[in-house]
Design a binder for this molecule. Structure first.
Ligand SMILES: [Zn+2]
Length: 237
């Protein structure tokens, strides 16, 4: 690294490289999208069934507790029935019993529905869980080339990130945050190369005096139009 501007340009280049490569790494190739979706559905189905089993168990415990409560009340009313003093009281207690019996039946129905659901859900879960490891293996096999491409990208990223760290560490904190702000403000392109006498970001001609200043190096020159820092590459321009 020679001038501070070359330093910054390299930093921007590495940051943009990392962003582009990360996008590439995280975007599944078109030909694998459908295959991956199908596999994800299988994984999701297992998770969904597990969740439903756990929920149904909770509901079943609740229904069981309610049932016990209703049965207890039923026993109390039945005991009261034996001690009633007159037909009016008798009728009233019978009425209560009738109401509680309905609650008992409803709770029993709910329990049996839940029992059935838990039974079916766990059977389906077991059968899906049984085949999932094989499906995972097959899926990884189909994704093998893609995975190795991802690993290669990760290696590239590691060395680029290391370089970014080094470049940033050697900058003054104020310059670093200023550069960071400009990167954010200018959509990730703070420094624009001058190509054929024009700013390569906005394509507006750079004043000849500014080109001369750039060629002389050392001082920071901004594009009149897009306000990016201009960079003149002696080898390329
Ligand atoms: Zn410009």
């Amino acid at each position: 690294m020679n001038t501070p501007l070359e330093h910054l340009y390299r930093l921007q280049d590495r940051i943009r490289f990392v962003e582009a490569r990360e996008r590439q790494r995280d975007t599944i190739p078109a030909e694998l999208v459908e295959v991956d979706r199908e596999y994800q559905e299988k994984v999701d189905a297992v998770a969904r069934l597990k969740k439903r089993c756990a929920e149904a168990e909770v509901e079943r415990r609740r229904a069981h507790a309610e049932l016990a409560e209703h049965r207890e009340r039923l026993r109390k009313y039945q005991a009261q029935l034996r001690n009633v003093q007159n037909s009016r009281e008798y009728g009233a207690v019978l009425n209560e019993i009738d109401g509680v019996e309905k609650l008992v039946r409803a709770a029993e129905d709910r329990m049996s529905n839940l029992d059935e659901e838990i039974d079916q859900t766990s059977k389906e879960l077991v059968s899906r869980e049984e085949i999932l490891p094989l499906e995972t293996e097959q899926h990884e096999e189909r994704l093998k080339d893609w995975r190795s491409a991802q690993r290669a990208i990760n290696d590239e990223l590691a060395s680029a990130q290391e370089e970014i760290g080094r470049l940033q560490a050697s900058m003054h904190p104020r310059d670093r945050s200023e550069f960071q702000r400009l990167m954010e403000k200018k959509g990730g392109l703070a420094i624009a190369l001058v190509v054929g006498g024009s700013c390569s970001a906005c394509h507006v001609k750079v004043r000849p005096a500014a080109v001369q200043a750039l060629k002389a190096g050392r001082e920071i020159t901004y594009c009149d139009s897009c306000k990016r820092i201009l960079y003149y590459d002696m080898q390329r321009s």
